[in-house]
Design a protein around this ligand. Sequence first.
Ligand code: HEM
Length: 684
Amino acid sequence: MAMPMPMPPPPPPGGDTPPAPMMMPGMAMPMMGMSFTWGHRAVVLFPRWPGDRAGVGMYLLCLLLVLALAALVEALSAASRGLELSRSRGRQRQLLAAGVHAARMGLAYLVMLAVMSFNAGVLLAAVAGHAAGFLLARSCLLGSRAAAPEIDAAGAASNGSCRARAAAMATLLLLLAVAAAAAWVWWGRYAWRARAVARRLAAQGVRGPRPGGLLRGCNDEVRRRKAEADGVAMDVGDHDYLRRIVPHFVAWKEQYGTPFLYWLGPQPRICVSDYDSVKQILSNKYGHFVKNDAHPAIVSMIGKGLVLVEGADWVRHRRVLSPAFAMDKLKVMTKTMASCAECLIQGWEDQASNSKSIEVEVEFSKQFQDLTADVICRTAFGSSSEKGKEVFHAQKQLQAIAIATVLNVQLPGFKYVPTKRNRCKWMLENKLRNTLMQIIQSRITSEGNGYGDDLLGVMLDACFSSEQGEKRDELILHVDEIIDECKTFFFAGQETTSHLLTWTMFLLSVYPEWQDRLREEVLRECGKENPNADMLSKLKEMTVVLLETLRFYPPVIFMLRKPITDMQVGRLHLPRGTAVVIPIPMLHRDKEVWGDDADEFNPLRFANGVTRAAKIPHAHLGFSIGPRSCIGQNFAMLEAKLVMAMILQKFSFALSPKYVHAPADLITLQPKFGLPILLKSLDA
Ligand code: HEM
């Protein structure tokens, strides 16, 4: 059992929580109060910035900005004074003076608006900025005037503007120095804490590769090993792909045992691959283990929706969204899923009838991505597939950015630097947001009672019914949260299910005897008509094949958590904040749990149910376990069963000779070079 160390446990999800702040739909933050408060949850100058979702780092950046603005007000004030003192009264000089004065007033108003966030830290930053600016700029300028009142007119003019420039320069330098010092202190504290964590773990006998430096960590080794293994073809019958997708993990486990400690830049991570610890971590109901801070590129791609929110927010989101995944709702969706699959299958049939050969080659990986995109679009968002395609296109490009940067060390504030990649990311984020807004807008303006009972309808109801006071606080969602949830569900609902389908097609091609068994079952239970939910529930062999596929090729490769307080996990005292990595494919091949045939494809191990397939009941982690397990698992299984059944009714299939077996870690587990399949119509 997970034992909290020194701190009392936080309230369980759904338990007693502090009273909810006053909220309005469309606002991501509580309404502004009229008395000063402490803490980093403030909204300053810009909507949702730094907001209740950003960390302390962003808040510090915000304070630095306020400090800089206040100091600049003083610098401009000094410059203005310098211009006043100048005896020259040319038109240009007057215009310049007016411009400087306008800029000073603009900045002064900005500082005032920032202080109106009623955050005490912001007030202090503003006062400190004014003081620093005054000290360097104003006092320097006025001091020199007082000391030399006798200087002549021309001298005063040039001296005044010269002093003003010097004062502005000095203020800028001061600000740079403050920024550098803040970054240094922040980074140093971070690194110091990380090393202290590593020392505590080392004292408990946890070993691992040496850290390679703050900015590099062991990235170089990870990158080198991955680059060597990446895309290397394997034998089609060889399913032991761990050395290809996580070569570093396999090597470190062999060298240091489990758990082992490794570094991602300044962050120590502990890789846990024994089931007892994993169960303790994932089943914890009291919120002691939260998701590790996601990489900014991943947040842009999937949004801060249900997958990433924590605490009371997670409880609220999960409560609002769960009804959309009730079995009776899913059953109704089967028809829509079938019509999406029909379009695709019709395309293959046309291709087959136009082809001279009895077989046609189809690249399934891409086709399944389009299909699952269409399904989630139509079932969850009731939206046109055109709009859905735009969303997926933007998410795919963001995914490419995430793949390229996910191993990079995150420097604080770097995501705000306008590099080429960041600008591209911002552009895609905007596009994604605009398209989602259009989808939401068209639902709001569509005629009919209510907003519908699909996922989008449920979310809009939770947003707008609250305006009329019909909702309790724990059932309210805000517009920004709906947009984030749309991103999450567009991605989660499409990417993973398409890989499940792809790997199932692959395995049924490699094991034709299982393909025949499933076809027999489908024809027996459903005949040749489109299966409905009741028919699908009778496909037992199909279920075991899908479960074994998820065990063999789990689309989600890693889960990351961190304890919010010191925790005892197994024999380990995990210090607060240590990132814990759970590698699903490695656990799914554990011979002590799954038996000696863990590396073999054997769907019959699930014949007596998923909890009896291994020596322990919670061994299958494809959809995770515990309170944060997949909300869409029934949706995914229903869709996968339906699509596979419809394909098996019409076609037999085999791997194309062009297929190259190279499972790859591209955020999710995918066949790196796609899945070309030879399809043969059963009626031919
Ligand atoms: C074969 C398909 C799928 C697989 C293998 C899968 C796997 C997973 C896993 C392993 C998690 C836990 C992640 C973690 O804790 O870090 C998860 C969570 C989640 N999945 Fe899925 N998923 C699939 C399909 C879907 C679908 C179709 C949807 C939505 C339509 C969905 C939505 C979600 C959401 C929202 C969460 C977060 C739940 C929470 O934290 O409360 N997934 N999924």
